[in-house]
Write a protein of this length. Structure first.
Length: 306
């Protein structure tokens, strides 16, 4: 059986990806009031990357080899462009609570993680939990009509497809990090990933003309606070917790954060954005929680046997 410190680390890491990443959608909603999407993502990733770079210098981490820099830079683009930029861009056209229900990582993990197929498909608990979680998310999404966002129906559809595609890239990058660990430390490799994706997003901001329409005088204090929260708490601390988790737990279990995130986003929308919670939505959230529990039943049984 795992030691108590080990269990506590796992619980804290799951709490981070469940709760903090659930609040990220509301943070993006606030930050987009002052920052255009490419610039917002660039600043978010660069602030996180620079902070972690300073931390690496303090720890006197060894400088990575050229091959490690290239590898981490490429997979950083897949992870952060797919998992962060896609979400930020999509939230121009759809609401934060709706965006939180579209993340499809559990199913991409099931489809793409071939090494875990025997474990996944041999467990009725995992399959049942994933299906139940999906049903809960569909039910929750179905009651977002009329509050879907600011975009036209076509742009909302494009935004949804962008997020689904982004989830795929996020999973591909995550699986590579799990099965092809870098020779560098977690901190150094994550620094490279953050900075490479941040630089590309900054270039995209220049290329699309965002900066010509951006004015520092129009920045709201709430947006600055949201940006710092997204950079340090979400993109840095919680991402490190996520990368560690996918190395010590089956990825499909870790990906259940995408079921809890809509719950957190919906509650934040109710508490701070004036969104009503209907009884049917509470039922949907309960179904999602049961789904997450079922996915983790094999883990509970394993610990009991130990």
């Amino acid at each position: 059986m795992e030691s108590s410190p080990g269990r506590i680390k796992v619980l804290l890491a799951f709490a981070a990806i469940y709760i903090i990443w659930g609040s990220t959608y509301f943070g993006v909603h606030l930050a987009l009031k002052s920052f255009p999407p490419f610039l917002l993502t660039a600043l978010r990733l660069l602030i996180a990357g620079i902070a972690l770079f300073i931390f690496c210098i303090i720890r006197k981490e060894p400088f990575p080899a050229a091959a490690d820099i290239t590898q981490n830079a490429l997979w950083g683009l897949a992870i952060f462009i797919g998992g962060v930029l896609a979400v930020v861009w999509a939230q121009q056209f759809i609401s934060s609570s709706l965006a939180s229900t579209i993340i499809t990582t559990p199913f991409w993990f099931i489809v793409l993680d071939k090494r875990q197929w025997k474990f996944y498909f041999s467990s009725k608990w995992i399959i049942s939990g994933l299906v139940m979680g999906l049903l809960g998310v569909i039910l929750l999404m179905g009651y977002k009509k009329g509050r879907a966002g600011n975009g036209s129906e076509m742009m909302q559809l494009i935004a949804i497809l962008t997020m689904v595609t982004g989830s795929c890239f996020w999973v591909v990058g995550s699986l590579f990090l799990r099965y092809h660990p870098s020779a560098t430390s977690l901190y150094v490799s994550t620094t490279i990933q953050l900075l490479s994706a941040g630089i590309v997003c900054l270039l995209l901001s220049f290329a699309t003309g965002e900066l010509s329409q951006f004015s520092i005088s129009n920045i709201h204090i709430n947006s600055i606070i949201a940006l710092l929260y997204l950079a340090i708490v979400s993109s840095l601390i919680t991402f490190l917790a996520y990368v560690w988790l996918i190395k010590v737990r089956p990825p499909a279990m870790v990906s259940t954060y995408s079921y809890i995130n809509p719950l957190v986003a919906t509650l934040l929308g109710w508490a701070f954005a004036g969104e009503n919670i209907l009884p049917i939505q509470l039922v949907a959230l309960l179904i999602i929680l049961i789904g997450v529990f079922l996915v983790n039943v094999p883990r509970y049984q394993f610990l009991k046997r130990k």
